[in-house]
Write a protein that binds this ligand. Sequence first.
Ligand SMILES: [Zn+2]
Length: 402
Amino acid sequence: MSKLGLIEQGAVAIDSVQGTIVFAGPVSALPRDQLAPSCRLVDASGKVVMPGFVDSHTHLVFAGTRADEFYRRARGETYQEIARGGGGIIKTVQATRQATEDELYASAVGRLWQLYSNGTTAVESKSGYGLERDTELKCLRVNRRLAQDSPGLVFSTLMAAHVVPPEYTERRGAYLELVRDLTGEVTALGVADFHDVFVDPLAFTVDEAAQISSQGRWAGLRLKLHADEFGDDGTAAWGVAENALSIDHLAGIGDGGIAAMAAGESVATLLPATMFFSRTGMFAPARRMIDAGCPVALATDLNPGSSLVYSMPFVMSLAVLHMGMSAEECICASTINAAYALDAAGQIGSLEAGKRADVIVVDVPDYEEIAYHVGADLIRDSIIAGKFVKRDGRMVPANSNI
Ligand SMILES: [Zn+2]
């Protein structure tokens, strides 16, 4: 994670029709004779050119706002007090159930473009604010519409196993049955790429997750997990044994979990913005995890309750300040490792010939400065699949050709 393959005096050649990279390397090796006469040059002298950020963990599709809770928590009210008054996740669930598919799509597109503005070029988006069949399917259809209409890749994850909704509190088994049925249905409909379970004392047990996982395996959906968020439940080690694609949060992961993740294939996706936004003061032990050999990714966890954060550079700043990660590790965790967390490392996450041309130009002379300018908009250009989405610091229409 500390080796970026940095090329000084580099060049990237893009086929803007195919939307792919045809060359990435030193300027001196650029095959100029193969470039079309109409080829346009983008001067990035003195800037950093790098793969666009891959945000591999978001809850992009939701309705309503929880701005009031943001201030109430800051004044000392607890999550439990807010939840008792009808706030918390259930407030978002009610608003999301009431919203039409078009309303959900419109608000999600706005957020997606906010992510693009911050240099993100590929996104994962979970359901999980429906907690009933129709609304979960509605949110997953929105994910597919986003994937179809937006320039960047949008991966869709079924997360009906977010929490048990209040109407099923006394009938957990019935809700698990609903989740299992939905897992098969979303596969038949082709609206999900992955499925995800929140394993937590307030959500689902490992035994319940195992039932959901086996249904997902039968349906052909790779597993992602919200695990060991606040304490060591042993979920990380279990997730590695289940061959989870990624295991996320992990602020409470213990030595056993770290050893299992270092030896396994699952990507550890850390979400420091959640811990920052929700003021827990607890961050995943990234330093110990990376030193032990765990593959670590970073993501925003964009959601209305605990992380309304759109910027991967800001997440990188938090990863440096609160988790001791280096500039190189932050970049690796936000690009290629995040692509692995989406089973898409063959397509995105690095600048290599044959990959999608998801490229950003960052207005700093050295990559070490990206996390250092906390909260600044440093993204000068963003190119997604060979087309400008942002140019000279301004957003441009998605169909504007390079
Ligand atoms: Zn999450």
